[in-house]
Design a protein around this ligand. Structure first.
Ligand SMILES: Nc1ncnc2c1ncn2[C@@H]1O[C@H](COP(=O)(O)OP(=O)(O)OP(=O)(O)O)[C@@H](O)[C@H]1O
Ligand SMILES: [Mg+2]
Length: 369
């Protein structure tokens, strides 16, 4: 009997968002280009909750603005590929991007007061999105807007629809912004520091709300923050970004339990942890985020890294993958696999090892399990 042809091996489906070799540089006459995002690769699978973490200036917001097509056209050099749902976004017309924004990809920004229009009622701002993208008539748009406010936990939604942003508290304004973002049931929600402007209690409520909403609606979430504690309780996968590139990516369990990149370990040891023994000292990452080297021929983190040696200031580390973890480091804390393309033998200089994970605000053992 003839053997059945098994056919080509099944391919893994393309992730909802697939960023390849993305570079964003701000150009100015008579000055060197400022590279904010540097040959970045990022995959966000459908239905996942992904954290993008890094210190100030690492390029997190510029990455999200590039995805949304919100970077200015002048003075910006943008190369690479951003595919969303299999469609290339770079090069789309502003009109096409406007259709995708709000409907397919929505964003929640850090400061709700500057994102909401102060002279329009909350109702007008929520219904505008529904009217524009879903062509809902005024009456049903108002009803749906009240449902949305209710869904994000704003009490007495019918009354709140008639109020202006200044009549709402900070937490409620952020909830209203989340309601606007979710109005058209976007496939991808990008939340850029959504809780930074809020006090810790409201912060916890907003994170719980985001978590519930993405679970209930199946929305894919990209959560951008400088705070590892925030991703610990919210995200399945965490990408750590330094100077425009991702230096370590892993599911949150391995990342928090066993950080491999000295920068990830440094970020973890600089924030408190609830299960850490009493008296555990917090250790800041030495130097400042501006102490970097160009990625072209060095590790950008080398000037701040306690494990750095001549190799690190001489050659950029290649990205390597072991299981679900990818890493860009010559001397990781737990070496997952040899560098796939060493130009020369690595010069290992152990040096003092930065302390490994001791924390993250509100990190509980179950958060990193
Ligand atoms: N419009 C601009 N013109 C010039 N440089 C810019 C512009 N926007 C951002 N940058 C630079 O790009 C780099 C990355 O900025 P980005 O806002 O993405 O950082 P971030 O990781 O979001 O930081 P934060 O945590 O402070 O929000 C920074 O060095 C910043 O100064
Ligand atoms: Mg930012």
């Amino acid at each position: 009997m003839p053997q059945e042809n098994p056919g080509p091996p099944a391919e893994t489906p393309e992730p909802l968002l697939r960023v390849r070799d993305l570079t964003v540089a701000f150009t100015q006459r008579h000055r060197r280009d400022q590279v904010a995002v540097d040959h970045l690769d990022l995959d966000i699978p459908q239905g996942s909750t992904v954290g993008l973490v890094g210190e100030s200036g690492s390029g997190k917001s510029v990455t999200s603005l590039a995805v949304l097509g919100l970077l200015p056209r002048r003075g910006v050099r943008l190369t690479g590929s951003i595919r969303f749902g299999g469609r290339e976004l770079l090069g789309l017309s502003p009109a096409d991007l406007r259709t995708i924004r709000g409907k397919d990809i929505a964003m929640v920004f850090q400061d709700p007061m500057t994102c909401l229009n102060p002279v329009l009622t909350i109702g007008t701002q929520v219904t505008e999105v529904l009217h524009r993208h879903q062509k809902l008539p005024r009456g049903s748009a108002r009803e749906r807007a009240a449902d949305l406010l209710d869904q994000v936990g704003i009490p007495d939604p019918a009354r709140r629809l008639g109020e202006y942003p200044h009549q709402l508290s900070g937490g409620m304004r952020q909830r209203a912004l989340i309601a606007i973002a979710l109005a058209c049931r976007p496939r991808l929600l990008i939340a850029d520091e959504p809780t930074t402007a809020l006090d810790v209690t409201i912060q916890a409520q907003i994170l719980a709300l985001l978590r519930d909403l993405v679970t209930d609606t199946g929305t894919t979430l990209l959560l951008i923050t400088h705070d590892l504690g925030i991703v610990a309780g919210t995200c399945d996968t965490v990408h750590v970004m330094y100077s425009g590139r991702i230096v370590e990516s892993a599911p949150r369990g391995p990342l928090f339990a066993d950080p491999a990149h000295p920068y990830t370990a440094g970020l973890l040891s600089s924030v408190p942890r609830l299960d850490a023994p009493r008296g555990t000292r917090l250790v800041p990452v030495p130097g400042s985020p501006t102490d970097t080297l160009p990625w072209d021929n060095a590790c950008a983190f080398a000037p701040r890294c306690t494990r750095a040696d001549a190799l690190c200031t001489d050659r950029a580390p290649h990205e390597r993958t072991e299981g679900p973890r990818t890493l860009r480091c010559h001397h990781p804390l737990s070496d997952p696999a040899p560098d796939p393309a060493p130009d020369r033998a690595p010069v290992l200089a152990p040096g003092p090892v930065p302390p490994t994970a001791t924390g993250g605000p509100n990190l509980l053992p179950e958060d990193v399990a």
